[in-house]
Design a protein around this ligand. Sequence first.
Ligand SMILES: [Ca+2]
Length: 239
Amino acid sequence: MAEYARLILAITAAFLVVSGCHYKNSNTERKNAQAPVLSFHMDGSGDRWANKTPLIAEVGLTGRGDFNGIDIKRFHFENDHHYLYVFMECEPSLEDAYNEKPSSGAVAKLLFDVDNNPATGCKSLLQPQGNNEQGYEVGVFIQYGQIINLVSQTVKRDLFYNIENLNEEGEGIYSRDEFRSDEWDNNPLIVTGKAGVEMAIPLDRLGVKPGQTVRLLVFEQSHWYDKRALVPVMLTLSK
Ligand SMILES: [Ca+2]
């Protein structure tokens, strides 16, 4: 099956089972084929981050929520001149949660105020309701989905994130770039392992530079869906 068609199927599958999401577009052209080399090997084991201080020690609330989701714990950030590296500790891991109950869904969302100015960017966030956060321009949406292969009649797990510019309500608009972890990509920008999810986000797509300080809003979507899941922080990228 053509790669493009398979991607569309993956997105469609994810759409069917993710509740509360707001995708409007499926421009799934791969942008990372010629991407710069990562400065370390990402494996999701958590080993690299074990002795480092996280920017966020506990994202949102503890526990797995009302529907037995994934509790996101520590959030680490680092950068080189090309990427913002993110490690997101998950309990249980995405694999274990999937093996427990195969499903797809939104895991987390990162909203960036790339000019560090609340007066520019989104005016409010539609989700969760009642939130007055504003000023974010770019969103990174982390999704765990499924690929359905109609030829072999098999379903595979699929992990991806997409980067979207935000509208006034803080939702993604029609400017989607997608990065995924799959069998045909030898340089994935997102991986999952026993300790959590590791990802590399291109700085030029985010619109930030080394040395810059940005406001960041981390949204734990994997089991909570209210204001308590939002964690605002300041992130300073190293030079
Ligand atoms: Ca702004």
